[in-house]
Design a protein around this ligand. Structure first.
Ligand code: NAD
Length: 340
């Protein structure tokens, strides 16, 4: 049976990247039925909002969406589409793998990390107020329920994707109650996976140093919201930056797959931008749908094209366009044997 997926092309370079990614996903041989809906700047004039109700309804109905980046209008009173989606759909887990790609000029060769960030609470709950004119207070919320839920997500991801270890990252030495509770929740959940997935914990500052010194020691990391936000960008930097960084926001009702980068308006419509991050986000979608072998085949095809270096986009030092990169990936996929 075909997977019905909501496809949101997005703004700026989004539509070109979305078309390239859709072609590659179709070339995996998996049957998709794409429900294309528009959100972002282009629809504001028509609907008065960058996120019309029918877009949200489409995601709720299909439970799976893949989206290009969306421009956040500055100072026009619109809430970020990404934040609205996260809240409206209860997307509690932010998933950001960072894996070295041969052929990219980076400091490390063997990074293979998966960052799992809690998406709903911590200091990002946005509960802050002034205390008199010269002091501000921001409240850090950590609950056992949300911490156990994200820990379980990290362990389940590890099991489903053959990963060996989960590291909980915290600052429980200082924030003994809030981060202490996060660590306690992770430790409790880890006991259910004993013998299947290793568990350890690290203090966040030490974690940052270790990621820079010996990233190959780590596998899946699970973090509260604020540390997760920072460490996931650090991890992207280890493997070549935002142009190749995929992401996903996943909840119990729906999952939205999207690149980490923005809409790069200056390259819009030029068939220039690199579709790697959105294609790899498509790989995460395939994994989420249970097609792990096909995801690996597709991701390998993307990596092979980059390593070969003859069909890469400008940001990776090449001269190929977005669509030529997609053509090269598709031709690799057609040559590689279909597995599982
Ligand atoms: P950006 O990621 O769009 O661009 C940063 C730099 O990276 C630019 O030089 C750009 O040209 C380059 N770049 C980004 N993606 C690329 C790609 N795929 N291939 C080649 N080069 C690429 O960040 P920005 O300029 O800060 O933001 C532009 C807009 O995107 C803003 O409106 C912002 O709000 C929005 N944004 C959206 C999302 C999202 O929808 N998830 C995420 C980040 C930013």
């Amino acid at each position: 049976m075909a997977h019905r997926v909501t496809l949101i092309p997005g703004d700026g370079i989004g539509p070109e990247l979305a078309e390239a990614t859709r072609r590659v996903l179709d070339a995996t041989g998996i049957d998709f039925e794409w429900e294309v809906v528009e959100a972002g700047e282009a629809v504001i004039a028509e609907y008065g909002t960058p996120l019309p109700d029918h877009v949200l309804e489409s995601i709720k109905r299909n439970r799976i969406a893949i989206k290009g980046p969306i421009t956040t209008p500055v100072g026009k009173g619109f809430r970020s589409v990404n934040v609205t989606l996260r809240q409206a759909l209860g997307l509690y887990a932010n998933l950001r793998p960072a894996r070295s790609i041969k052929g990219l000029d980076t400091r490390y060769e063997d990074v293979d990390l998966v960052i799992v960030r809690e998406n709903t609470e911590d200091l990002y709950a946005g509960i802050e107020h002034m205390v008199g004119p010269d002091a501000a207070e921001s409240i850090k919320i950590i609950t056992r329920a949300a911490s156990e839920r994200i820990a379980r997500f990290a362990f389940d991801y590890a099991v489903a994707n053959g990963r060996r270890k989960v590291t909980a990252v915290h600052k429980a030495n200082i924030m003994k109650l809030s981060d202490g509770l996060f660590l306690e929740a992770c430790t409790t959940v880890a006991a259910d996976y004993a013998g299947k997935v290793e568990f350890e914990d690290r203090i966040v500052d030490n974690m940052c140093m270790q990621l820079v010194q010996k990233p190959d020691l780590y596998d899946v990391l699970v973090l509260p919201n604020l540390y997760g936000d920072i460490v996931s960008d650090l991890a992207a930097g280890l493997v070549g930056g935002l142009g190749v960084a995929p992401g996903a926001n996943i909840g119990t009702e729906a999952a939205v797959f999207e690149p980490v980068h923005g809409s790069a308006p200056k390259y819009a419509g030029q068939n220039k931008a690199n579709p790697t991050a959105l294609m790899l986000s498509g790989g995460l979608m395939l994994r989420h749908l249970g097609h792990v072998a096909e995801a690996e085949r597709m991701e390998q095809a993307v990596r092979d094209v980059i390593a070969e270096g003859t069909a890469t986009t400008y940001d990776l030092g090449g001269t190929a366009g977005t669509s030529q990169f997609a053509d090269a990936v598709i031709s690799r996929l057609e040559r590689a044997p279909t597995s599982a």
